[in-house]
Design a protein around this ligand. Structure first.
Ligand SMILES: NC(=O)c1ccc[n+]([C@@H]2O[C@H](COP(=O)([O-])OP(=O)(O)OC[C@H]3O[C@@H](n4cnc5c(N)ncnc54)[C@H](O)[C@@H]3O)[C@@H](O)[C@H]2O)c1
Length: 352
């Protein structure tokens, strides 16, 4: 059996510590070190028997890890990933891949030039729910996809906004939360070619939105709507319905509906609706459950990252793919600002 891989983590905050727990629980890897300039990280690293570096470049040079998980604030992702590329260290970069599409374009160039594999942490693609939804659409069980509905409605507590960056540009639900749903929708339905949007900050009056309404056109011709608000008590969000994280009390409700000419699917409730006999609005509809495998998407993401480092698997979410997700979110902001239809493809071309 080969030796466990040595995986380091840059940014030992909320999600970084979750990655560290997963590394420590894994048979395939061990924690190689932590990079984080905060005083709290030094004690945390000590408790986990590794060295804490204030600078990720020192960690890369000293520890020479097999891989680095980048779990630092968004604006630092680009430089850390560029440094990994130069050092030949594969990286798992938390979402969003970078803070802007222009920065993601720079990273794409570096990845192509160096050939160092990079995986982006849109971990919901590893969730069996989303894999089964993608499979249902891809195998034609819904027929031709016509319409998609997405809801992300929940209530963030008032003290969430005591941290300054959460009410400043980039800190709202579009870049923090909606980006996950956009990535799910792209993974299940394919590319989004056109975006229209309205945003509102009516509830809190912050610089960032609290509510947004989106219209989407997919390359396959389907149309979609997504409604977002972080200011309402409601069960219809991925967080409250998917059961991915126990801190959110799970509700037996859908947050997406995928509708096609032969059937429709509610997700994560995974109910497939269709006509067993001749179709028509007076005929009885049947409701059938879609079977799911059961595993933790974050555990699966780490397994996949180790396989990517070893060259056994290609990244499920490449930098280029994650850039396309980020471009849709930028298109939403641009569409809301200008009142125009915006093409995410155009945003990427402009940034290249
Ligand atoms: N996949 C998900 O569901 C998910 C969930 C939460 C956060 N995230 C992403 O993970 C990243 C971190 O988010 P978080 O909520 O853990 O933030 P956080 O503020 O809790 O943690 C960030 C950590 O980075 C450290 N840091 C700051 N500057 C640094 C530097 N120069 N080098 C190394 N470390 C540095 C901070 O001290 C802090 O410990 C963000 O990009 C966020 O979007 C993803």
């Amino acid at each position: 059996m080969s030796a466990p891989m040595r995986i380091a983590v840059a940014g030992a905050g909320l999600i970084g510590r979750r990655h560290i727990e997963l590394i420590e629980a894994s048979q395939g890897c061990v924690l190689a070190g932590i990079a984080d300039p905060s005083p709290a990280a030094v004690d945390y690293a000590g408790a986990h028997n590794v060295h804490c570096y204030a600078d990720h470049r020192a960690l890369l040079a000293q520890e020479k890890p097999d891989g680095l998980i980048i779990a630092s604030p968004n604006a630092l992702h680009l430089q850390m990933a560029l440094d990994c590329a130069e050092a030949g260290v594969p990286a798992l970069i938390e979402k969003p891949v970078t803070d802007t599409v222009a920065a993601a374009q720079r990273l794409c160039v570096a990845v192509k030039r160096t050939g160092v594999p990079m995986l982006v942490g849109h971990h919901r693609r590893h969730n069996p729910i989303i894999k089964a939804a993608r499979e249902t659409v891809a195998t034609g069980k819904l027929g031709q996809l016509t319409a998609v509905v997405g809801l992300w409605l929940l209530k963030k507590p008032d003290d969430y906004f005591e941290v300054a960056w959460r009410y400043q540009q980039g800190g709202g639900p579009l870049l923090i939360n909606l980006i996950h749903d956009i990535d799910n929708l792209r993974f299940v339905c394919g590319e989004i070619t056109e975006v229209q949007a309205l945003t509102s900050n009516m509830v809190r009056g912050f610089a960032v939105e609290d509510t947004a309404a989106l219209l989407l056109r997919f390359a396959n011709g389907a149309l979609g709507t997504v409604t977002v608000s972080d200011a309402t008590p409601a069960p219809w969000s991925w967080e409250l319905t998917a059961g991915e994280n126990a801190i959110y009390p799970r509700q037996d409700q859908p947050c997406y509906v995928f509708a096609g000419t032969s059937g429709s699917l509610s997700v994560p409730t995974m109910e497939l609706w269709s006509y067993p006999q001749s179709p028509g609005w007076h005929a009885p509809l049947s409701r059938n459950p879609v079977a799911l495998a059961g595993y933790d998407p974050l555990v699966e993401q780490l397994r996949h990252f180790l396989a990517v480092i070893a060259g056994r698997e290609q990244p499920l979410i490449s930098v280029e793919d994650a850039m396309a997700t980020l471009a849709v979110v930028e298109a939403v902001s641009e569409a809301a600002r200008t009142g125009q239809k915006i093409s995410p493809g155009h945003i990427m071309e402009q940034a290249a």
